[in-house]
Design a protein around this ligand. Structure first.
Ligand code: PMP
Length: 461
């Protein structure tokens, strides 16, 4: 077989890709017809594809490349660690320095008494850990019936059986007989699509009270935990109304249940603080982490756990773990990523420079005829596309049709922006500079203009 390299023609690479590579979250037949876009290298916030196009990555990969692409320090640390100790496990009374150092660093960064880390290879795996950990916790406390985990519709918590069950994505549940038993979903705080005639704050309160209703309906003695993303990411970058999290906190304080903040997207600076739960003012017992932990340079995730849960779970053997829990290379890379974030004050850059600039430019998009609301916190934002801003009406075409058209125009303008239904979303690298933000928003606006022309021409609008 010939060597497959970056230098092969795009069409040959695409043919091999579709012959052998099954893609996540893709229709493989459609992909085969069109050919996948092949990314060959990246630097800063810019991707280069196999045809030499330079594309601004307004999604930081999959919300993960927080410090931007092409940081040699991380490559150097990985190479050094691979030479010294490429692998050893953390089972059976064993450990190694990268796992020790990373867990200690995370305990320092995490708020309150979140002092203990159980490592995984990804966010999905970490949420699977959480399901088993909270159930084991209650069981160890003599309450084995406290096994129900309450989550939210349209939440995303991963793609494993456990993660997808916690998630509230109906198309995911439809494949594979999910959710697993004892997972219960309440409504999401998405005022734009579900708020009806209520004000955002009335709606936020009522959706938070949905948690109390669920606890009362199920019985406090059945509920183990509540899990939520501080800001829903894959569900469309839904910023909850201000009333939502204080009420959630009040309810959580009232009942004896554990709180899991899924920080896989919101963690590590994305919302302008180390953790999204700090931004929304919510105090969890467990935080799920992944993505920005290593800026995506190595696969690693985990659960940061409070003293009480760690103590109870640690009192008997927890029959759980992954071959790559605390993988030394991934841990060393994550540690270096956190060092860079601190030394270069990446969060300060989000708070004082990139965040305010992006907010101003992004919110200005709401003057566009297609844009109903433009929402942003830190470095994650969304715009809702609508034919009628005043009624927040959806398009007559199937949900997602206009969003997809817009996303294609973004690609054509060398901008990666995702669509969730008819919502366009961004989460650029945190290190993005003001001039790059201007390019991002100009390209987004051009894509919106082209979308408007197209949907007028095709009679959708
Ligand atoms: N939780 C959240 C909030 C996520 O956004 C994701 C991934 N997008 C996951 C969990 C799953 O993480 P992974 O893909 O690393 O398994």
């Amino acid at each position: 077989m010939t060597m497959i390299t970056n230098h092969m023609p795009t069409s040959e690479l695409q043919a091999l890709d579709c012959a052998h590579h099954m893609h996540p979250f893709s229709n493989q037949h459609e992909l085969s017809e069109r050919g996948a876009r092949i990314i060959t290298r990246a630097k800063g916030v810019t991707l280069t594809d196999s045809d030499g196009n330079e594309i601004l990555d307004a999604m930081a990969g999959l919300w993960c490349v927080n410090i931007g692409y092409g940081r040699d320090e991380l490559a150097d640390v990985a190479a050094r660690q691979m030479r010294e100790l490429p692998y050893y496990n953390t089972f059976f009374m064993t450990t190694h320095v990268p796992a020790i150092a990373l867990s200690a660093k995370l305990a320092e960064l995490a708020p309150g008494d979140l002092n203990h880390v159980f490592f995984a290879g990804s966010g999905s795996e970490a949420n699977d850990t959480n399901i088993r950990m909270v159930r084991h916790y209650w069981s160890a406390k003599g309450k084995p019936n406290k096994s129900v985990i309450i989550s939210r519709k349209n939440a995303y918590h991963g793609s494993t059986l456990g993660g997808a069950s916690l998630g509230g994505m109906v198309p995911m549940h439809q494949q594979g007989g999910l959710p697993i038993p004892d997972v219960y979903h309440i409504g999401q705080p998405n005022w734009w699509t579900e708020g009806g005639d209520m004000s955002p704050n009335e709606f936020g309160l009522s959706r938070a009270q949905g948690l109390e209703h669920a606890i009362l309906e199920l019985g406090e003695d059945r509920v183990a935990a509540f899990i939520a993303e501080p800001i829903q990411g894959a569900g469309g970058v839904i910023l909850p109304p201000e009333s939502y999290f204080p009420e959630i906190q009040r309810i959580c304080d009232k009942y004896d249940i554990l709180l899991i903040a899924d920080e896989v997207i919101c963690g590590f600076g994305r919302t302008g603080n180390w953790f999204g739960s700090q931004t929304v003012g919510w105090t969890p017992h467990i935080m799920t982490i992944a993505k920005g932990l290593s800026s995506g340079y190595a696969p690693i995730g985990g659960s940061i756990v409070c003293d009480e849960v760690a103590n109870v779970v640690g009192s008997t053997e927890f029959n759980h773990g992954y071959t790559y829990s605390g993988h030394p290379v991934a841990s060393a890379v994550a540690l270096e990523n956190l060092r860079i974030m601190e030394e270069e004050n990446v969060i300060g850059h989000v708070q004082d420079v990139a965040g305010p600039h992006l907010k101003q430019k992004w919110e200005a998009l709401s003057d566009h005829p297609l844009v109903g609301e433009a929402k942003i916190v830190g470095m994650m934002g969304s715009i809702a596309l609508t034919p009628d801003k005043s009624t927040r009406a959806p398009f007559a075409a199937t949900a997602g049709t206009v969003g997809l058209i817009c996303r294609e125009f973004c690609f054509a303008n060398n901008l990666v922006m995702r669509h969730v239904g008819d919502r366009m979303i961004i989460a650029p690298p945190l290190v993005i500079q003001p001039d790059e933000i201007d390019v991002l928003v100009n390209r987004a606006r051009r894509a919106l203009d082209q979308t408007l022309l197209e949907i007028k021409a095709t009679g959708i609008f």
